[in-house]
Write a protein that binds this ligand. Structure first.
Ligand SMILES: Cc1cc2nc3c(=O)[nH]c(=O)nc-3n(C[C@H](O)[C@H](O)[C@H](O)COP(=O)(O)O)c2cc1C
Length: 213
């Protein structure tokens, strides 16, 4: 099953275009496989609240690692309301073989819409081992190896560290379209060609990656 998420505040967005290309290619290669889509920007999941933290604390304190036992943590009406939000999000991510995330870089990191989803679905000692994550990204600048901005990329580094460190996911692929700001910023006009090349290379990489899985 492919779970496809988008997080850009724009409808006409590079990360959305790349994730759609990935999803179309993957689905053509896996006819009959399940597919779920969530637009985290158009339909944001709420931020976690106090009742959510109570569910989380209960799971931690009682060393619950089997997700089927999470409902044991629900003891109050507020916790029931929190669980009603979490349950379908968790079910979706656990059922997926591949989790595809189309996301922009916002302020050197991920959009809050994506962070809100991650906060909702993350519980102590929860593993998503064996699943693959594919992130199709877009950013205004260039953050590749050797660029002056490389150390400021807290988007890829954060997601890679979090997915590996917490969820034990080793298979994480990032494909970025870069220098998007060169389309708008006159000071970056000389980088437009490089931007176009980055978009074309990202689309090619997405096609290859999706067809190979
Ligand atoms: C709120 C906001 C913050 C941004 N922060 C950064 C940033 O820190 N670094 C960067 O390179 N580009 C930044 N950008 C530019 C976006 O990453 C770029 O427009 C990208 O194409 C957005 O993805 P999308 O095309 O999928 O919407 C920012 C854009 C917005 C709207």
């Amino acid at each position: 099953m492919l779970l496809h998420l988008d997080a850009s505040a724009r409808r006409n967005s590079f990360s959305r275009r790349l994730s759609a290309l990935y999803a179309d290619t993957w689905r053509a290669a896996h006819p009959g496989a399940g597919y779920a889509y969530r637009d985290l920007a158009a339909h944001p999941v709420p931020h976690i609240g106090e009742a959510w933290t109570e569910l989380c604390d209960h799971v931690l304190e009682h060393e619950i690692t089997d997700l089927a036992r999470y409902p044991e943590a629900v003891r109050t009406p507020a916790q029931r309301a929190a669980w009603a939000i979490v349950e379908p999000l968790l079910a979706e991510v656990v059922a997926a073989d591949v989790i595809l995330i189309g996301t922009p870089m916002y302020n050197y990191s991920i959009p809050s819409a994506l962070k809100a989803w991650l906060d909702q679905i993350t519980f102590p000692r929860m593993s998503l081992a064996g699943r693959s994550f594919v992130v199709t990204g877009a950013r205004g600048g260039a953050y590749g190896p050797g660029t002056p901005r490389e150390p400021y990329d807290h988007e890829e580094r954060y997601l890679r560290d979090f997915l590996r460190g917490h969820f034990r996911v080793e298979d994480v692929t990032f494909i970025h379209a870069e220098l998007v700001n060169a389309r708008l910023d006159p000071a970056l006009a000389h980088l437009r060609e490089q931007h176009e090349e980055s978009v074309a290379a990202a689309a090619e990489a997405v096609r290859k990656e999706a067809a190979a899985r």
